[in-house]
Design a protein around this ligand. Structure first.
Ligand code: ATP
Ligand code: LTN
Length: 337
């Protein structure tokens, strides 16, 4: 018999923490892809505020950052009528499923997470249990929406593998319950490196602001930061092993202009780093300019932002609650009437 049912669109989900002002790394590694993918998939994007408190946040600043990241999601071009755009803590099912999944996750597998090891070194005075089970909450975020694909930067690959392991484990113990998600890691920009130490990823929580370009930096600040980026003494613009600083700038330039490495090397043949850095800075300024302009507009209309968050949470909850109910039934909980 012919099946005329329309093919179910695949679903994507991703989140960003409001743990600071997002960087060019977040933008090129994740956000830019979200906009493109949102055109071809059913999509949900969240501000991961629950994840952000695994590191101490100052309340007033935290509140502001949550609103800013929400505005940024719209500023990158996501359409809240098409994509579900929401704030993680507004959908209680995330915390509820995370607790359940904690009981299907082994201490040993969490101990191997490199982000936990890095963050517990960086915040040695606050190695809390939330930081340890962070990947379980992330698995809950993803599995609640039965996401097929999760667009992230390469640093999140290990967390995606754990989410897959947890999903498979639960599906095997009970019966198929969760879609097993695949990571989607863009070919370019998957790991933008720090401008001051290009062996480390660019991070919005880096204490040195010269190490990152924030998406809200003004053009003159962007120019200054890129001009002071660490390179090497070879003086030649071409991609190569061990040339982390130049490679990073080439990758940033390539993401912003669409030019490949050979073309960039040819264009800057015989030219010094000064000229190259000026071109990179200009490309970054132009890439971020429209985002910044739209961001300012959304930040000027807080009522609209709250409205988007409320509608987003409602739509997200209707999907998330369905999955949570299914899980609770399978585990054997008595569901409320
Ligand atoms: P923090 O620096 O506070 O740990 P973060 O920026 O690493 O935060 P998120 O805000 O949760 O973490 O990241 C949102 C998305 O940006 C994720 O998909 C992550 O993989 C991606 N991302 C973060 N930093 C980079 C980077 N330097 N290059 C490419 N992608 C990145
Ligand atoms: N841990 C992620 C942020 C995050 C996330 C998610 C990403 C929280 N929940 C669900 C994808 C899917 C990070 O990028 N640091």
């Amino acid at each position: 018999m012919e099946n005329n049912a329309p093919e179910k669109r695949k679903r994507i989900l991703s989140c960003i923490q409001p743990s600071g002002i997002p960087t060019l790394g977040n933008y090129l590694g994740a956000l830019k892809n979200w906009k493109t993918l949102s055109e071809d998939f059913d999509s949900a994007f969240a501000v991961a505020d629950l994840h952000a408190i695994t590191v101490r946040q100052e309340p007033a600043k935290f509140r502001k950052q949550i609103t800013e990241v929400l505005a940024l999601l719209l500023a990158i071009g996501l359409d809240p009528e098409k994509s579900i755009v929401f704030i993680q803590s507004h959908v209680p099912a995330h915390s509820q499923l995370a607790w359940i999944l904690n009981c299907y996750t082994q201490f040993g597998e969490m101990s191997r997470m490199t982000q936990f090891k890095d963050k517990s070194k960086a915040h040695a005075d606050n190695v809390n249990v939330g930081l340890f089970s962070y990947p379980v909450l992330m698995a809950a975020d993803i599995l609640l929406y039965q996401a097929d694909l999760v667009p992230v930067g390469i640093d999140q690959k290990q967390h995606l593998e754990i989410a897959r392991d947890i999903a498979n484990r639960f599906n095997t113990i009970y019966s198929p319950t969760f879609t097993v998600p695949e990571p989607y890691i863009g070919k370019q920009g998957a790991k933008v490196m720090s401008l001051q130490d290009p062996t480390k990823k660019m991070s919005k929580s880096d204490p040195n602001p010269k190490s990152y370009v924030s998406v809200f930096d003004t053009p003159d600040v962007i120019v200054k930061k890129i001009k002071s980026a660490v390179t090497d003494c070879e003086g030649k613009v071409c991609y190569g092993e061990g040339r982390d600083g130049v490679n990073n700038l080439m990758s940033i330039y390539s993401c912003c202009t669409g030019l490949d490495y050979d073309r960039i090397a040819a264009d800057f043949e015989g030219k010094g780093y000064g000229e190259f850095k000026a071109a990179v800075a200009e490309a970054v300024v132009e890439e971020l300019r429209p985002v910044r302009e739209r961001f300012d507009r959304y930040m000027g209309d807080k009522a609209y932002l709250l409205d988007v968050a409320a509608k987003g949470a409602q739509r997200a909850s209707s999907i998330a609650d369905r999955t949570l109910n299914k899980v609770m039934k399978k585990v054997g909980f008595v569901l409320p009437k």
